[in-house]
Design a protein around this ligand. Structure first.
Ligand SMILES: [Zn+2]
Length: 480
């Protein structure tokens, strides 16, 4: 009975506080409406004029509502008088401190929260910040996330402009750079990959109502990105006027090696996962190994096929990791090679070159690899250069004999060209990294590529969540 009375007293105190908070808000809303009305120029405003006025002032209101909600849900934390020091357990009294104002997507929120300082440990604490999971930055997580998402799509400067235009909030260039850098720092292939369950779900959707298991393609290829050398970071020595004439470094195009898994049928392509980095063959192979080891590719649920060019590391790795996959030498890569030989051999006669290439590709398409090789052997090389290219092409066809069954592949529903990875190269690498005048440090290029892979793979939210947890954890372990 006594217990029930205590609970009901506590409940009524809470409901009283809630009623008070609501009354305050209603009053604030009245004042807000008055101020809004005062900004209207005429008596018959257009809808656009009205939305403009509301847009300009909306964050004051939504920020204030959020503040009231914090006051309602965290009343205890806001009025905390004492706390034991988490390190030495001494009881600390709350000290007067100026309110902390944070910026969120719904406006500024001002928090008059208690502050505690242990002079013995020489540390200060704001327990409410932990309870609210505040970022140490003034700019809170929701704004950080939106800014980084924009920066992953467009240059930083444009991101800043768009952010201000679309939200009415401003963000410093410095914050966008820092957040994007921290978020994408040390992202590996597994961090940006969908989970095995998500991939299995995409496979199941593709398989629904069909007799055959869906075809999953692993396409491997590179894309060139503009990079700048590390020494461009350092101070250039020499007098100012000589420095200004020419940068002390030269940009270089480097290959971002990448792979993409996707599902394909007659009607559509369903993306599964992409990973692109400026990296060595060995690093690309290692990333592929990690994907395989993490069990992300449900090989028993799909018909896996691999499309790549002649790069040795690709086929070596595929043989080890996906031994049962159908292997296909990219048809267009093969055709390009054929054109190179044709050009050297029949250079003056474009028609003859074209006919010869078509005939050779037809032989390959129908599976007559030996016949194609015989055709090459029968050529009388026009010069030494042509002879060398013919020899190389014969070698490459012999090595790839098992990867040239184009017609059979087609019949089985497998693609024969790597259009899928070219699309990924374009969307992930080129769109963001190839900008006139933009040369990237390799580390920065790779961070941006990783972030774009996350966005493309549908894992940007989870990547951001991991970053947020990491930062919060770091701050908890090391309070101010
Ligand atoms: Zn202490």
């Amino acid at each position: 009975m006594a217990m029930a009375a205590v609970i009901s007293l506590e409940e009524s105190r809470q409901s009283f506080a809630k009623t008070r908070a609501r009354q305050d808000l209603h009053e604030y809303l009245d004042g807000w409406l008055d101020r809004l009305e005062a900004t209207m120029a005429d008596d018959t405003p257009s809808l656009e004029e009205l939305t403009h006025a509301v847009f300009a002032m909306r964050q004051e209101l939504t920020g204030r509502i959020t503040q009231a909600l914090v006051e309602q849900w965290h009343a205890r934390g806001l009025h905390q008088r004492t706390m034991p020091c988490p390190h030495c357990q001494r009881l600390l009294p709350a000290r007067p401190a100026p309110p902390r104002t944070v910026h969120t997507m719904v406006g500024e929120v001002s928090l008059g929260r208690p502050y505690f300082y242990c002079s013995h440990c020489q540390r200060g604490f704001s327990p409410l910040d932990d309870a609210l999971q505040l970022s140490e930055r003034r700019t809170q997580w929701d704004m950080q996330k939106a800014a980084a998402r924009l920066a992953a799509e467009v240059p930083f400067e444009t991101a800043q402009e768009l952010f201000a235009e679309l939200t009415g909030l401003s963000l410093s260039d410095h914050t966008i750079h820092e957040v994007t850098g921290e978020l994408s720092h040390e992202l590996g292939v597994l961090e940006v990959s969908p989970t095995a369950a998500e991939i299995a779900h995409r496979v199941a959707e593709m398989a629904a109502g069909k007799t055959w298991r869906p075809v999953m393609v692993l396409a491997i290829d590179g894309a060139y990105v503009p990079t700048r050398p590390e020494q461009a970071k350092g101070q250039v020595t020499g007098r100012r006027h000589t420095r200004a004439k020419r940068a002390g470094w030269q940009g270089e195009w480097k290959e971002a090696k990448g792979f993409r898994f996707y599902l394909v049928d007659k009607e559509r392509i369903v993306h599964v996962l992409s990973w692109h980095q400026v990296q060595t063959d060995k690093e690309a192979a290692e990333a592929l190994r990690q994907v395989n080891a993490a069990g992300l590719i449900p090989e028993d649920q799909v018909r896996l096929c691999v499309i790549g060019d002649g790069a040795k590391w690709i086929w070596k790795q595929v043989k080890t990791l996906f031994p049962t996959a159908v292997q296909i030498l990219d048809y267009y890569h093969c055709r390009e090679h054929m054109h190179k030989v044709g050009g050297l051999q029949f250079g003056d006669d474009a028609v003859q070159e074209q006919e010869w290439v078509e005939a050779m590709m037809a032989r390959l398409f129908w599976g007559y690899v030996d016949w194609a090789i015989e055709g090459l052997e029968a050529l009388q090389p026009r010069d030494r250069h042509a002879a060398e290219e013919i020899r190389k092409l014969i070698g490459s066809l012999r090595n790839s004999a098992g990867r040239l069954h184009y017609r059979v592949a087609r019949k089985g529903g497998y693609p024969i060209g790597s259009g899928g990875i070219e699309a990924a190269n374009k969307c992930i690498s080129h769109v963001r990294l190839k900008r006139s005048g933009a040369w990237w440090y390799i580390e920065k290029a790779n961070q941006m590529l990783a972030l774009r892979c996350a966005a493309y793979n549908g894992t940007f939210d989870s990547v951001f969540e991991v970053y947020k947890r990491r930062v919060l954890q770091r701050h908890r372990g090391n309070p101010l």
